[in-house]
Design a protein around this ligand. Structure first.
Ligand code: ZN
Length: 190
């Protein structure tokens, strides 16, 4: 019984498809000359507009050319810097000494990296202090997150010294191509 139902459904589907195809073919044959005439008319109109001369102010033409050049340049730059994952300038975040660091590039130079909380990604407050001991005065920097209300890290040096160390690490990873792995790991982890 189920087999008969299946055959009947298949026959019905075949008949309906045939009817739809016949109707479509009839209308396409009837409509095609109109569609073709419209297309030819449209192409003619576009071509005659393009090929005829237009009086336009020189300054307006200069603005059009400048806008086109700027748009083209922006598009190419966006494609080059954002789409290409192999661009070293995309490497602008890494973790060093238990802290997330972010930085910009000024030309070829690495800008001053800034510290961020490894837990909540808030920018950290580097609080410098002096820690006097028997060997003299030891500098100490506490990295405080005012969102987590914790000291994320304590390093026995000034903030400037740590920034310089981070810049040297970034420079090392850029030269050794290690940045590619860091970037692809970060992309994989979202
Ligand atoms: Zn935090």
């Amino acid at each position: 019984m189920a087999e008969h139902n299946g055959i009947r459904t298949k026959v019905a589907a075949g008949v309906i498809t045939g009817i739809i195809l016949a109707v479509l073919s009839y209308f396409s044959q009837a409509l095609w000359p109109h569609i073709r005439r419209s297309l030819v008319w449209f192409c003619d109109a576009v071509w005659s507009w393009l090929s005829s001369g237009h009086s336009i102010y020189g300054w307006l033409l200069v603005i059009f050319i400048l806008c086109t050049a700027i748009c083209g340049f922006v598009l190419v730059a966006a494609l080059f810097f954002r789409v290409s994952p192999n661009n070293w300038r995309s490497y602008r975040r890494d973790i060093f000494f238990g802290i997330v660091w972010r930085w910009e590039y000024h030309g070829e130079r690495i800008g001053n990296p800034l510290p961020y909380c490894i837990h909540c990604d808030t920018e950290l407050i580097p609080n410098e202090d002096c820690n006097p001991d028997r060997s003299g005065i030891q500098r100490l920097t506490r990295y405080i997150c005012d969102h987590c209300h914790v000291t994320v890290q304590e390093l026995d040096e000034s903030f400037r010294q740590t920034q310089d160390k981070v810049v040297r690490q970034i420079d090392r990873k850029l030269r050794s191509d290690e940045w590619k792995k860091t970037l692809s790991d970060a992309t994989d982890n979202g």
